[in-house]
Structure formats: C-alpha cells, structure tokens
Design a protein around this ligand. Structure first.
Ligand SMILES: *Cc1c(COP(=O)(O)O)cnc(C)c1O
Length: 382
C-alpha cells in the first residue's frame, strides 16, 4: 500500500493527461501558454474569488503575498506553531519576525484566543509592528475564520490564508482560498490538488494587490499594459521568476475537473471509514466542526501518551502500511529560528501534538477493504 497513491490517479486520468501533455509539447508554448490563463480562470471561479495568479510553488506564493504587502524588517507576523516550515519561513525571509501561536488540539488549527493574546502582547511590548496573520488550513481543514477574521479586523492586521493543504475545503459552503485578504495554495503532487512537479497559486479580490503580484511573479514587470509582450523587459520593481509551467497548467485543468467531480467527495468517504472504524479506540481522531468541510490532505490521529509511536510505525511498516509524522517539531524549535524572538513561544499543545500525531495512508482511490486493513493492523499495533 502507498501512503498517497499518485500513480493510481494517473492511471484513471491517463488518456486525458497524456493528450494534454503531448498537446503542450507540440505547441512549444512552454511558458505562459494559454492553458495557464485558462487554469487561473477555472481556479478563481471554483473557489469564488476575483483574481487567481499562478506561480512556481506554494512557498513563493506566500513570499510574494508578503512582498505585495511590503512586509519586512520591524514587522510581526503571527503564524501557527504546528505547520509546515514555509508558513513561517516566508515572513522571516522578508525580514519580519514570525511569532508562533499555539493551535487547537482537536482541529490542529490556530487557536483564536491564543492568537489574540499574542497580538496584544506584541502591541504592548512595542518592539515590533503587528502586521499580519498567516493562518494555515492544516490537513485540509479550514481554520476558524469567523474568529480569526474578527481579530484581524479588531487589530488592523492583514490576513493571509495558507491553504497549501486546504484547497477544496469550505465553511458553510464558502470555499478555502477566499478567507484571506490574500490566500495561497500549493500544487505539490501530494497536496489535495497536486500537479506533476512544483506549482502554486495566489488568490485575492483586491485589484491593486493582484497587479502587484503579477508583477512580482515576473521580475517586477510593468503590468500597466497587460498585452504588451515586452513588458517583462520594463522592470519597475525587483521581483522573482515565479511562474507555473504551461505543462503543469494543462495537467491541472484535467485534475481540477476530477477533483471537483469526484475526488473531493471520495476522499471524504475514505476519511469517514477511518473515523467510523477507529471511534471505539483510545486514539484522538480529527474533529471537523459543524458546517466545516475538509479536503483531507492528511488523516491524522493522536496516539495515547503511553503508546510508542516509533514501534507502532515499525509494526505497521512490517505489514506493508506506511505512516508519516506531520509534524515532529514545533516551528519555534526549528534551528533556523534559534536565537531570534521567534524561538520564544509558549505552545504546549503543539509540543504534545508533535509527540503523539500519526498520519495514516489516504487518497481518494483507497478502497474500503484497504482502509479496513489499516484499521485492523493499527488496532493490533496499539
Ligand atoms: C506544502 C506547504 C507549503 C509550501 O508549498 P510548496 O509548493 O511545497 O512550496 C506551504 N504551507 C503549507 C502549510 C504546506 O503544507
């Protein structure tokens, strides 16, 4: 069994994807081909936002959002302590200080009460300017946006939704990638909507930021005349080279359709088999709040404190069942932040999660029998 079986999906979509890839190869329009614009339109319409700008990966997407907001030295950016490194790496790379905030132990997402506490403290200390929140939709579940948006409004903070793992999720029907002032996602192959390499996208309703983002993605080009083919040689600011390849866009057009048509529903079905089969164990299962919908980037359980995670993983591996630990280390303990104000964080929930979480094999193509076997072997190993 594979942890996330990407080749299975390719088999199902093979004829369309092969044709799409060959089509791009023949067109020779490898950079900024028509498929890129078509995909941006499809993504914007799927999530329900005015602008979508694709870029090279989900990390660049966060960095470019930071650049559009002019975030840098002297600024404080609030980031969950329990997330993938990029969420804090990008604000730090721009010169800001990421302040790591503890998460809720049932949803794994930013704890709004602790966020407000951290914001108040930074404002009272006066050393940094409280500027923005990077909120992560961890494992596919949208963060508590009603509460987080209210805090951002109250303290005048910009909100970036890092939906790298959250594409397809929703709250009362409103989709992820729409909750931030700017929202970002990743098309890394193992994310809910993945391509065949690196890719990312940035979403916003704000015309001015959308323009700036388009410019930053292509060497700070002049965007005042979008049809000018020479605009990228008229550079009005320092930018990046961060584009989604035409080949990836052509693949994603087909994968987005499969995602919307059945993959998202199917992965929710697979997750529900786990939740049903594991409910009478002493594992802490992921909780989806009322009205929330997850795109299930991971199915992550918490082992009881007495359990030896390493042993359980080894037992399962011997039975051909791969598992992963997302994440083993709190952000504030990453060596990259050692000696900075980011390293000072009181995040006991994250510390406990890092010691007890275990992610189980999951993708939309898993069968009920396969999940049944994981459940049986996991119960044995416990
Ligand atoms: C994967 C991920 C990213 C980065 O995406 P890449 O495309 O790999 O650069 C950022 N944030 C979170 C939460 C992620 O899981």
């Amino acid at each position: 069994m594979q942890f996330r079986d990407l080749s299975k999906q390719y088999e199902v979509l093979k004829s369309q994807i092969d044709a799409a890839m060959t089509g791009v190869a023949h067109s020779a329009h490898y950079i900024s081909g028509p498929e890129v614009k078509e995909l941006e339109k499809a993504l914007a319409s799927y999530v329900g936002v005015k602008h979508c700008i694709t870029c090279a990966n989900g990390t660049d997407a966060i960095s470019i959002a930071m650049m559009a907001w002019g975030i840098g030295k002297g600024d404080a950016v609030f980031v969950p302590d329990f997330t993938f490194f990029s969420s804090g790496e990008c604000p730090a790379a721009e010169g800001a200080v990421p302040f790591f905030v503890d998460v809720d132990q049932r949803t794994y997402n930013l704890d709004p009460a602790k966020l407000e506490e951290a914001v108040k403290k930074v404002i009272a200390d006066g050393k940094y300017k409280a500027k923005a929140v990077v909120s992560v939709d961890l494992f596919g579940l949208p963060a508590d946006y009603p509460a987080i948006q209210a805090i951002c409004e109250k303290y005048g903070l910009l909100l970036l939704e890092d939906a790298a793992q959250g594409f397809g999720g929703s709250i009362h029907g409103k989709k992820t990638c729409t909750f931030g002032d700017i929202s970002t996602t990743s098309f890394f192959p193992a994310k809910p909507l993945g391509c065949y390499g690196d890719g990312g996208a940035i979403f916003t309703d704000n015309d001015e930021w959308a323009d700036l983002i388009r410019s930053f993605c292509v060497h700070g080009k002049d965007t005042s005349n979008p049809s000018d083919p020479n605009a990228k040689y008229n550079n009005i600011r320092l930018g990046r080279n961060s584009r989604l390849d035409t080949l990836q866009a052509a693949i994603l057009l087909h994968k987005l359709k499969a995602f919307a048509d059945y993959e998202l529903t199917d992965i929710n079905q697979v997750a529900s088999w786990y939740s049903e089969g594991l409910k009478d164990t002493d594992l802490m299962l992921p909780m989806i709040p009322e009205g929330y919908y997850s795109s299930w980037a991971q199915y992550t359980v918490q082992l009881p404190e007495r359990a030896n995670r390493k042993e359980i993983q080894e037992k399962l591996r011997a039975d051909g069942i791969p598992t992963m630990v997302y994440y083993a280390k709190p952000m504030h303990q990453q060596k990259a932040f050692a000696g900075t104000d980011s390293a000072i964080a009181d995040c006991s929930v994250t510390e406990r999660l890092c010691a007890t979480v275990l992610s189980l094999p999951l993708d939309p193509y898993k069968t009920k029998d396969e999940i049944g076997r994981v459940i049986e072997k996991l119960k044995e190993a416990l």
